[in-house]
Design a protein around this ligand. Structure first.
Ligand code: ADP
Ligand code: ZN
Length: 291
């Protein structure tokens, strides 16, 4: 059986077709322009592919409340052409297949929970540190929504006493995304993150902020495992720095076998940057099963 996958990002859309095992048969990537340009391209791609259902994991914020009149909409995004755009409705009208829908980072959390680093684990979180910072929460075998959806990229942190950087988030002077996203690294240090590989101070400060957020997630969500993904986490030297800072900040308060084995608790993604698209396949499968 074939399923469609649409990873809708603020800069690009990845469109793919895969099977029920998460194997991707074909994919293309197109730039995210305005809905009137981009949506017809998406519809053209999936028309004639014989997909049984489509899964969409989208940038947001998005409306995930199936009882809401604006379910399936992108809501208050800074990408103005997409504000209050009915993403699911427009595609569903054209393709007439069941559509599973969630946030981009929940899609990655689901892909990893189904086939990757958190397979077989019923509560986990996936954090992407990239252009933005997002947190996907998989809780008791399902993605966590709630009032909106978790916006863990904007948790507020204590500034490092020697860090005078004002952050890049327009809403918060001291949130995780503002202080630790790829663009914040670039703005603070004046070079792209990848060019700062051999600057230990950069990664120590980065770990200082990421670890604070992880401690908050550990204490509030109690995940069995945490995945760190996204472009910035390609800097693998961050993992040991973050693990040791988390241990230091928890200060012996949480004593579980997982925390004692922190190398297997805070881990990279396992699906080679396919976790998002594979998560979309799983969203499609789940939607078909729910019909
Ligand atoms: P997006 O968040 O836009 O989907 P990415 O997860 O690739 O995409 O994140 C892009 C951000 O990650 C950019 O700010 C970029 O500077 C940073 N980045 C990408 N690759 C690396 C790398 N190898 N090392 C450090 N930073 C990286
Ligand atoms: Zn913020």
């Amino acid at each position: 059986m074939l399923f469609g996958a649409l990873e809708a990002g603020g800069t690009k859309m990845v469109l793919a077709v895969g099977n029920e095992n998460g194997e991707i048969m074909e994919r293309v990537s197109i730039p995210t322009e305005t809905p009137s340009i981009t949506i017809p391209k998406i519809i053209d791609y999936f028309k004639g592919k014989k997909i049984a259902a489509l899964g969409i994991a989208s940038f947001g914020p998005v409306d995930l409340d199936k009882k809401s009149k604006t379910y399936g909409y992108i809501t208050s995004t800074p990408k103005l052409a997409w504000v209050n755009f009915d993403l699911v409705g427009n595609i569903k009208n054209a393709l007439s297949v069941p559509i599973g829908f969630d946030t981009d980072v929940n899609g990655s959390a689901l892909g990893e929970a189904t086939w990757g680093s958190t397979k077989g684990i019923d509560s986990s979180i996936y954090i992407t540190i990239g252009t933005g910072v997002g947190v996907g929460v998989y809780q008791n075998g399902r993605l966590l929504h709630g009032m909106l959806h978790p916006e863990g990229g904007h948790v507020l942190l204590s500034k490092h006493p020697e860090d005078n950087f004002e952050g890049v988030c327009p809403y918060h002077p001291n949130c995780l995304e503002g202080l630790a996203s790829g663009p914040s690294i670039e703005k603070r240090w004046g070079k792209k993150a990848i060019e700062l590989k051999d600057e230990p101070k950069v990664w120590e400060l980065e770990a200082y902020y990421i670890a604070q957020a992880l401690v908050d997630y550990i204490l509030t969500l109690s995940p069995h495992r945490i995945i760190l993904g996204g472009g910035v986490m390609h800097q693998e030297q961050l993992f040991p720095l973050i693990r040791s800072k988390v241990t230091e900040l928890l200060n012996g308060y949480v004593r579980t076998s997982q925390i004692n084995d922190i190398g297997n608790y805070i881990v990279p993604a396992a699906l080679n940057d396919n976790q998002g698209i594979m998560g979309c396949i799983q969203l499609a499968k789940m939607e078909l099963q729910n019909q």
